[in-house]
Ligand binder design. Structure first.
Ligand code: MLT
Length: 283
């Protein structure tokens, strides 16, 4: 009798219990994939400087609606292996495709990306559009950086290497969370701070470089024919609602949703509203 393939083994272990699968990528590094549930596959890609636990409040409602959720720690983040050389957003999209092939076989996926995760999701669309069922672009943007924003990224990377991750990334905290969360939800604030501070300095530098070099999708939005949900937070200054409205309108089959009261991380700050918008779109 032939041995079960890696895909068959992964499918046989789908369950309502969360598990972490360590996948060795073709380029040799390991990507940790947090997996839960069974049914239609959906991939959730975290933002910067975070990891897959940012989706913790999204998992239960997706599993209850019959989704097989895969939330990878991108290369360099969380439980995935450290980055040892240059990495590109395209490399991160290739990792997602390897994960899809190994864990769900031929099935197309719904793909949701938060901010950096949105850059990776757009790159995935560029390379593998036919493998996508639906696309969710959360708190992200399709265009490239201004020269000043680009320089800011390179400075942040240097600061992380020379000083520490926290000294480099702490100015981002008041942009990630709304004033209301920072003042009243100390537990969530502490979780986000811990997640940020835990990112390796080498990851901060390599991923800032990758984001600075990312592809500009502004001229390709009209070619995105996969059903797309563009979602942001009312108080998001990194990906503001008015700006989202403008570029989302250029994606033919898109809808846009702004989450009241939230800033850059609506999946933690306004989890119920975020989950409702996500499920309504997916279904
Ligand atoms: C993120 O949340 O992933 C970052 O804000 C992305 C960025 O720095 O552009």
């Amino acid at each position: 009798m032939s041995q079960p393939t890696e895909t068959q083994q992964a499918m046989a272990h789908q369950s309502s219990e969360q598990r972490t699968i360590e996948l060795v990528m073709p380029r040799g590094h390991t990507v940790a994939v947090h997996a839960i549930g069974s049914g239609q596959p959906i991939v959730l890609v975290h933002g910067f400087p975070l990891d897959a636990t940012i989706w913790q409040r999204t998992l239960g409602p997706l599993v209850a609606r019959g989704y097989h959720v895969l939330a990878p720690d991108l290369h360099g983040f969380g439980k995935s292996s450290a980055i040892e050389g240059p990495v590109t957003i395209s490399d991160l999209a290739e990792d997602l495709e390897h994960m899809r092939r190994v864990l769900v076989g031929d099935q197309p996926i719904a793909l949701a990306g938060l901010s950096l995760g949105g850059y990776v999701a757009l790159e995935y669309w560029k390379q593998y559009a036919s493998h996508l069922r639906q696309l969710v672009l959360s708190n992200t943007k399709p265009f490239a950086d201004s020269p000043a924003a680009r320089q800011g990224r390179l400075d942040m990377g240097q600061r992380a290497l020379v000083d520490s991750t926290w000294s480099a990334v702490s100015p981002m905290l008041p942009k990630l969370l709304s004033q209301r969360t920072l003042e009243n939800d100390l537990e969530t604030t502490a979780q986000i701070k811990a997640m940020m501070a835990a990112v390796r300095p080498t990851t901060i530098a390599a991923i800032q470089q990758a984001m600075a070099d990312r592809h500009d999708f502004s001229g390709e939005l009209s070619m995105i024919h996969v059903p797309t949900l563009v979602i942001t937070g009312e108080h998001d200054v990194i990906s503001p609602p008015a700006e989202n409205q403008e570029w989302a309108a250029r994606i033919p089959s898109s809808q846009m949703h702004s989450i009241a009261g939230a800033a850059h991380l609506p999946m933690v700050e306004a989890a119920n509203d975020f989950n409702q918008a996500l499920l309504q779109f997916l279904n």
